[in-house]
Write a protein that binds this ligand. Structure first.
Ligand code: APR
Length: 338
């Protein structure tokens, strides 16, 4: 089959004859219809992360497709959504309903081959049916770029109606943190250095937007109601994590969604005196996918404006270049003819 393989750090090559996966017991084969190009992939390509399997590996963890080999629940032709992470169901985190941090998690396009390929094999127990009304190309965005924000907003930060929320970074993931926080009834401030993304954030219900390359962030906050109850950092940079922390009011909560392995400097006095909280958020729990699909089916969340460009597998490096240059929201790869 045709696959885009990360052969060594920095290099994705198209392999026309990559061995097609053969499903084992409990697995099904899925023909990939679409797979989103995520900044997490860029971390793997450009500098690696400690949990990332060494190349060669097929990247791609935001996928939707069509079942190609029937299993116990799914039959050939079924439309499905693939969660990015498969869980063991047995560790203490799975047993306490926190499968998204499963001790033995297996991640597509990280610990095992992902979906930038014509076919992929996946454990049938983790596969999610995709309702007919949701196009496959939008479905792939739900897998991660929408499910991660859902978990961050509703399960981790537990955003409440009327809370003031700021979202640092309105890229493929952050723009959906904006949508989810608006849905939670918050008053949302969107922050990005790209005015086009800020315009979309406004369309999605952000009541204020700020471009920190145009106005000092501190001044903006002073002029616009002061500190906030909740800040999300969805970029993965030490300086924006620090700015997000500084924007917090008394009892404020900082939710870190962006990835960086660099240290940050934060003065703990404010955390102590003001009872502030800092916590992370990663992925989403299996139990949340049906709720997220309902939000999309009921048109409470808008996905069609999120797809920037669609590329064939052969053009995957172009899709990554555009993301690296912050030119796009979500490029998607269409690996196979359907
Ligand atoms: N201030 C504000 N916005 C910024 C800044 C900055 N200093 N630097 C970059 N941005 C904006 C970019 O303009 C872009 O819109 O951050 C956004 C990042 O979005 P994407 O590149 O689309 O990344 P995304 O896929 O959304 O992932 C963001 O979340 O899940 C993690 O690993 C992922 O760390 C990554 C983060």
């Amino acid at each position: 089959m045709k696959a885009a393989v990360l052969t060594e750090q920095g290099k994705i090559k198209i392999d026309e004859n990559y061995p097609a996966p053969i499903p084992e017991d409990g697995e099904i084969l899925v023909k990939v219809a679409a797979c989103g190009v995520c900044h997490t992939d860029l971390h793997y390509i450009d500098h690696g992360v400690p949990t990332f399997k060494k190349p060669p590996v097929i990247l791609g963890h935001e996928a939707a497709g069509i079942v190609d080999s029937s299993g116990k629940t799914f039959k050939k032709g079924d439309r499905v959504l693939l969660p990015p992470v498969f869980t063991c169901g047995k560790c203490r985190f799975c047993l306490s309903g926190r499968e998204n941090i499963c001790q033995n998690m297996v991640m597509l396009g990280n610990s095992i081959d992902g979906a930038f390929a014509e076919f992929i094999k996946v454990p049938e127990k983790d596969v999610i049916p995709l309702p007919d009304e949701i196009p496959l190309e939008e479905g792939c965005i739900i897998a991660d770029a929408l499910s991660t924000p859902y978990h961050a907003v509703f399960n981790r930060a537990k955003v409440q109606p009327k809370e003031r929320v700021i979202v640092f970074g309105c890229g493929g993931v952050g723009i959906n943190v904006v949508q989810m926080a608006v849905l939670a009834g918050a008053e949302v401030i969107a922050c990005d250095i790209d005015n086009k993304k800020l315009m979309l954030a406004r369309e999605f219900g952000a009541s204020l937007v700020v471009n920190p390359s145009e106005i000092a962030f501190k001044d903006f906050l002073k002029q616009n109601g002061g500190p906030v109850e909740v800040a999300f950092e969805v970029i993965g940079q030490p300086d924006t994590i620090e700015s997000a922390f500084k924007s917090l009011a008394k009892a404020g909560r900082l939710c870190i969604v962006g990835y960086t392995n660099q240290n940050i400097t934060i003065n703990p006095a404010k955390i102590m005196f003001f009872e502030q909280e800092i916590f992370g958020s990663i992925g989403c729990r299996p139990v949340d996918f049906p709720k997220i699909l309902d939000l999309v089916s009921d048109k409470k969340i808008n996905l069609d404006k999120l797809i920037s460009n669609k590329y064939k597998l052969e053009d995957i490096n172009l899709a990554f270049d555009e993301l690296r240059e912050s030119k796009v929201l979500r490029n998607i790869i269409i690996p196979a003819k359907n």
